[in-house]
Design a protein around this ligand. Sequence first.
Ligand SMILES: NC(=O)c1ccc[n+]([C@@H]2O[C@H](COP(=O)([O-])OP(=O)(O)OC[C@H]3O[C@@H](n4cnc5c(N)ncnc54)[C@H](O)[C@@H]3O)[C@@H](O)[C@H]2O)c1
Length: 383
Amino acid sequence: MSKKKELRIGLIGCGFMGRTHSNGYRRVWNFFPELAYKPVLQAVCSRSEDKVKAFAEQWGYASVETDWKKLIARDDIDAVDICTPNNMHAEIAIAAAAAGKMVLCEKPLARGLEESRRMVEAVEKAGVNNTIWYNYRRIPAVTLAKQIIDAGKLGRIFHYRANFLQDWTISADLPQGGESLWRMDADVAGSGVTGDLLAHCIDTAIWLNGSIKDVSAVTETFIKERVHQLTGKVEKVGIDDACIFHCHFENGSLGLFESTRYARGHKALYTFEINGEHASIRWDLHDLNRLEYFDHRDESIVRGWRSIHVTDGDQPYMDKWWVPGLSIGYEHSFIHQVADFLKSLETGTPCSPTFREAYETQQVCQAVLDSAASANWKTVADQ
Ligand SMILES: NC(=O)c1ccc[n+]([C@@H]2O[C@H](COP(=O)([O-])OP(=O)(O)OC[C@H]3O[C@@H](n4cnc5c(N)ncnc54)[C@H](O)[C@@H]3O)[C@@H](O)[C@H]2O)c1
């Protein structure tokens, strides 16, 4: 008999993220056997009964619900995992916290600051464990970047540069809204690339390089009107298709961020580069096991960019996987987040980023959107 404590999960939303999280819950205890808690796939919820039953069977959930309120009301659920579009995050998270459930919520925290504030208040008032799935932090090469920076190897940091480039909305015939294209609908998504893609870049940047002080941004909506899938009518597009901003970090470094869904040829090109006094690092999601590192203090005849294949047992998370030299993938970042969340229940140390920590990313996103709308610099703390 297993002596592990059970953490009974209620998952809401069975799309892309519903699958990555379910995979995380299923695989975590195979690879992190030391953890005291074990997730149990207790229930999954989606509005379509056929779809949710098929999902439950495929992933091994014990039961299904078609109304998320019923899932939250159940006594046999310990933690609610929110994998729905952004417009549902606040309502579900606040209700789940009020019902005393732990809450794991997909990013971005919410559509805007007002919802985000209420979410932070709700989990803190209820005193429930909470986390936001900014999973890129838990790709071993990115975690290693954090360790290298925290060890002071870069020295004073001058520049932080990040891109998140895609190309899937270029066609003017692409509609907006509805089940498959909610990201194109501002009412559901809150914003376009700022909340969807730059939120990831901002979360990583704050984690690696500290708080952002102020921002100056431009946004563009290249296709101004699209057919809305729910109404069938041509409607104004309310999201930002592309966003570029620069900023000051509190540590005095300069930041430069770009995101678009109009960069032909790029599907999910998330990259960052950090330049310090002694050394620089850069990372690319398309080659996620590698961290590039340049150290000016190296002997000049061998000085150059080195490509660190982050697969050794003494590098972050990699003692849990195969043998040195063998790669892992995107899905492992979610398994790592599940592991870290379970560990946080043992240690009592919150699983970062908490709702409160993710609120800072929301403040930066808001400052970016406000700056673009007003063509002025915006201070993040004023948001
Ligand atoms: N961490 C990441 O890298 C990452 C990647 C993609 C998406 N996301 C975030 O995850 C969330 C979900 O995105 P996705 O790509 O999985 O979307 P998706 O469209 O693939 O899935 C959304 C699911 O929610 C369900 N749903 C919608 N309304 C519902 C309701 N009222 N009750 C129950 N189920 C409902 C839909 O039926 C669908 O199954 C979004 O907030 C998104 O920003 C994060």
